[in-house]
Design a protein around this ligand. Structure first.
Ligand SMILES: Nc1ncnc2c1ncn2[C@@H]1O[C@H](COP(=O)(O)OP(=O)(O)O)[C@@H](O)[C@H]1O
Ligand SMILES: [Mg+2]
Length: 336
């Protein structure tokens, strides 16, 4: 039997649990250094995987480490916040954890289904390369609609050219539909695009498809319409401001809690993919910090990662630590 222990632990170790219910039972822990690689939690439903992630995430938050959570079901995010709200370690704190404005400020909570406050997420506002950003967003679209986009002719070309045009003009993702359907608007934006290939793609190909145009464009436009016509997504993705600066979140050791549990499945996949690709880009950009030791670790938790599995497969490098801990629980046995 493994019990969860929320007792304060030495910060150089992450406590996974305790081998029995009394304080003298040995704890199972892993050194922080060992976390510099992927970790997976594996087990059948109901074995306590999410609870374990909650427990380790809780340690990361309260011990001041930068971390993030992408929760597709809400339970983990809301349990963590609820527990944090009431948590108070009397041995070194004179008030509950969240009563300290410093701690509250570290936490960025993003629930896209909430209408009382909107967190602007301008995915095109990025200090990374225009082309890299556009390509990552195209990849996020592919992950959101893998089947229909695999069959969509010209999808990658149209989306890539449109995204580069929008980024160079400091527009937002929701302007993509207008860019592809309104010729005057497109010409206005193309006048400010430095990438000659993009301008030539629109003038020499896109505009000349003639009778074939609906076939070439429709499947891409359908997808773009999905976030343009969704009022909530429009508000989140259509703002010029950007509250989710992943690079800053990592470098400043902030806590990012994303709760996608109340979104419709398409929104969940789209925002989940955009967030994971955004983190990926931010992590890559950290190579400008020469020494690995100077890169502040960031632990990222993905619950139910099979929904995002293809995203993980090639993520994790440099100082970025993608975390979804490996953990096997047999009846009565704890095994690493
Ligand atoms: N170490 C534990 N000791 C006692 N109960 C636990 C423990 N871990 C999880 N549970 C309980 O078991 C149930 C399933 O846990 P959960 O973390 O949701 O499983 P999973 O994510 O593997 O499906 C929950 O009700 C949870 O409170
Ligand atoms: Mg679970």
């Amino acid at each position: 039997m493994v019990t969860m222990s929320f007792l304060s632990a030495r910060h150089d170790h992450l406590v996974l649990g305790q081998t029995g219910p009394l304080p003298f039972f040995p704890r199972v822990k892993i050194p922080q250094k060992a976390r510099a690689a992927h970790t997976y939690v594996v087990g059948i439903t109901g074995q306590g995987k999410s609870k374990l992630l909650e427990h380790t995430l809780f340690q990361d938050i309260t011990q001041g480490r930068g971390c993030g959570l992408l929760d597709p079901h809400s339970d983990l995010a809301s349990d963590t916040l609820r527990y944090l709200a009431s948590w108070h370690d009397k041995s070194y704190m004179d008030k509950p954890y969240l009563h300290d404005p410093k701690n509250l400020e570290r936490i960025i909570y993003f629930d896209p289904s909430r209408t009382d406050y909107i967190l602007p997420f301008n995915v095109l506002d990025t200090q990374f390369g225009t082309y890299e950003t556009a390509q990552n967003i195209v990849e996020a679209f592919r992950r959101t609609w893998p089947q229909s986009l695999a069959e969509a002719p010209q999808f990658s070309n149209i989306a890539l050219a449109a995204l580069i045009t929008l980024i160079e003009n400091k527009q937002t993702l929701v302007d993509m539909h207008r860019l592809l359907t309104d010729d005057d608007f497109r010409e206005e934006l193309l006048a400010h695009v430095s990438n000659a290939e993009v301008v030539s793609f629109f003038h020499d190909r896109y505009d000349r498809w003639g009778r074939e145009a609906p076939l070439m464009r429709e499947s891409t436009l359908n997808k773009v319409a999905a976030f343009t016509f969704n009022p909530q997504l429009r508000l989140i993705l259509g703002s010029k401001e950007n509250a989710l600066d992943f690079r800053r979140i990592m470098d400043e050791g902030k806590v990012l809690i994303v709760d996608l549990g109340r979104c419709d499945p398409e929104t969940r996949r789209l925002l989940g993919s955009l967030i994971v690709t955004g983190l990926e880009l931010a992590a890559l950009s950290r190579k400008d910090i020469a020494r690995v030791e100077d890169r502040r670790p960031f632990h990222f938790y993905l619950d139910e990662f099979q929904d995002f599995f293809s995203l993980i497969a090639h993520t994790c490098f440099l100082g970025f630590i993608l975390r979804s801990t490996f953990y096997v629980l047999h009846s009565g046995d704890f095994q690493l």
